[in-house]
Design a protein around this ligand. Structure first.
Ligand SMILES: Nc1ncnc2c1ncn2[C@@H]1O[C@H](COP(=O)(O)OP(=O)(O)OP(=O)(O)O)[C@@H](O)[C@H]1O
Ligand SMILES: [Mg+2]
Length: 293
């Protein structure tokens, strides 16, 4: 069971005092790699006996980790952080119920859910500690100058960045799931009924589909962005045959020093896939000209 699934199961079972202690740990983690009791008491505003009792329960549920003596201190586990985000989304009347896991990516878990208005949505939980730090650092420019940032901080930054970019491209007319909300490391977006392009055995009109992809890459470029992780794994074929681009946290501005290479790699990945799978030959230069117009 994924961390997000476990969090979904626990959401209604936790008591308000337990959320308060989780939140106190979260606040303390901004300043401590392991949050000591004295710090927790400042934030939790509960008697030490009560805090201690809640910590033991949270520990048993595996929502937190306690560093042993002689320097005891607490940190959140992924599921603990997931619960803080889910609780906030439920309290803000955004989520009504949580459903099944949709996917587990390299750096995310995806779950489906229903909003208060009854809309089916997808929740993307960012998980940046999952791959090695070096790898993360290479892929994601925004932590380069921050030194050793904690996984939950990195994951929240990734979600914030993805949410803001997804809003920009969505409003710029690019076909992408409509972003709805973001809390901590979690993004709520429109649920997409479709298949990843890499899982699709055949397309009715592969040439037309390739045109649609390039049109969306062009639309992205037009509003000043490059996806920078474009491939058949981040392209979805919707049930009605239309294209969607997903997975935006690594997108860069067109002024990025490496923008030219990143755009070329994006387009190259797509063209190679269509050549390999559908025997379609498209010139890289012409495609790039079209995208950059
Ligand atoms: N809005 C959505 N509706 C339905 N399914 C989705 C939605 N967003 C993502 N998915 C599914 O979840 C999978 C993973 O999502 P995404 O590509 O955004 O993250 P990721 O692959 O984990 O990110 P990374 O490339 O950093 O590992 C997608 O391939 C897709 O199958
Ligand atoms: Mg992906």
């Amino acid at each position: 069971m994924s961390s997000a699934e476990k969090a979904a199961e626990l959401l209604m079972k936790l008591e308000p005092e337990e959320y308060r202690v989780l939140q106190a740990i979260e606040l303390g983690m901004a300043n401590y790699s392991f949050v000591p009791m004295a710090e927790l008491l400042k934030f939790a505003k509960m008697p030490e006996r009560e805090v201690d009792f809640r910590l033991k329960k949270l520990n048993k549920m595996d929502l937190i980790y306690r560093r042993p003596d002689p320097y005891p201190g607490y940190i959140l586990n992924y599921t603990g952080y997931d619960l803080l985000a889910l609780n906030a989304l439920a309290k803000a009347d955004i989520l009504k119920s949580l459903g099944r896991p949709i996917g587990v990516g390299k750096e995310s878990d995806i779950l489906d859910a229903i909003t208060d208005e009854g809309e089916r949505v997808a929740l993307k939980f960012h998980r940046l500690g999952r791959t090695s730090f070096r790898e993360t650092r290479r892929k994601r420019g925004y932590i380069e100058r921050r030194g050793r940032a904690s996984w939950h901080y990195q994951s929240r930054l990734a979600a914030e960045k993805e949410f803001s970019i997804q809003n920009r491209v969505h409003h710029g007319g690019v076909s992408t799931p409509r972003p709805i909300h973001q809390n901590r490391h979690v993004i709520v977006m429109e649920y997409i009924d479709g298949y990843n392009l890499n899982d699709v055995a055949r397309l009715d009109d592969p040439r037309g589909f390739l045109d649609d992809i390039l049109e969306n890459v062009r639309g992205t470029f037009k509003i000043g962005l490059i996806h920078a992780d474009m491939s058949e794994y981040n392209i979805v074929v919707q049930k009605d045959g239309t294209v969607l681009l997903i997975d935006w946290p690594q997108a860069v501005n067109v002024e990025h020093p490496n923008a030219g290479n990143l755009l070329e790699r994006d387009v190259q990945n797509v063209l190679r896939f269509f050549q390999r799978k559908f025997r379609i030959d498209r010139s890289l230069d012409e495609s790039l000209d079209y995208v950059k117009n």
